[in-house]
Write a protein that binds this ligand. Structure first.
Ligand code: PGA
Length: 256
């Protein structure tokens, strides 16, 4: 089954509205040659930068995502943003359960699951992050950890809902560290994730789910990573913060 590549830039807590607009304006001509049926290009700015980036991306092949979403429709949840608010802002994708949210903000598989359901109900396209810590990999527990994150995070989804979800596999030890899993090591883990999805949702659905790799992906290693059978794109932090490095990464990822 052929799955369309998806490259998403996670800007994290970087770029004001003016800086985000400038980045998208610079990126647009550099990726204008990428056909929308070959790859989805997504940028995920902070909440306050979303409106400027949605405006700047209009009419281009660049799509916009948020970095988090709350599960409730509205209410007394200081500091949170609902799915309807994101939809109204013109957002299409949303990252859920990034390891930094798990590590610093108490995100669990249960809260990932609640956020995911709210995102799906609102018609957003969720990018659900999973990944093991260094000590979990070294202790031989990678598969156990990922199986628990997938089973808990995706609990209660129908197979139809699962077709709208993207998974991002990000080994936590590779995020922002310059350490990347080798393409072979990443592929083995992606294959495990694929098998788990097949078990949970049936082979027809599992084979269609796009699984991104994340963690120090850059122009230099994107090609060999995305060439792996079960690696369908990337979730990019540092290398997505400059137009030229992000554009080069995108081109290398889709070069056959
Ligand atoms: P990195 O971050 O590319 O800077 O390692 C990836 C991520 O956290 O999504």
């Amino acid at each position: 089954m052929s799955r369309k590549v998806i490259i998403a830039g996670n800007w994290k807590m970087n770029k004001t509205a003016a800086e985000g607009k400038a980045l998208v304006e610079a990126l647009k001509p550099l990726v204008a040659d990428v056909c929308p049926d070959v790859a989805d290009i997504v940028v995920c700015p902070p909440f306050t930068t979303l409106a400027a980036v949605v405006e700047a991306a209009k009419g281009s092949n660049i799509k916009v995502g948020a970095q988090n979403v709350h599960w409730a429709a509205s209410g007394a949840f200081t500091g949170e943003i609902s799915a309807a608010m994101l939809k109204e802002a013109g957002v299409e994708y949303v990252i859920i359960g990034h390891s930094e949210r798990r590590q610093y903000f108490g995100e669990t598989d249960a809260t990932v699951n609640q956020r995911l359901k709210a995102a799906l109900a609102a018609g957003l396209k969720p990018i659900v992050c999973v990944g093991e810590l260094l000590e979990e990999r070294e202790g031989g527990r990678t598969e156990q950890v990922l199986a628990a994150q997938l089973t808990g995070g995706l609990a209660g989804l129908t197979p139809e809902e699962m077709t709208r979800v993207v998974i991002a596999y990000e080994p936590v030890w590779a995020i922002g560290t310059g350490k990347t899993a080798t393409p072979e090591m990443a592929e083995l883990t992606h294959n495990f994730i694929r098998c788990t999805l097949n078990d949970l949702f049936g082979k027809e659905v599992g084979e269609g789910v796009r699984i991104q790799y994340g963690g120090s992906m850059k122009a230099e290693n994107a090609g060999e990573l995305v060439a792996q059978r079960n690696i369908d794109g990337g979730l990019i932090g540092g290398a997505a913060l400059k137009a030229d490095s992000f554009a080069a990464l995108i081109h290398n990822a889709i070069a056959k």
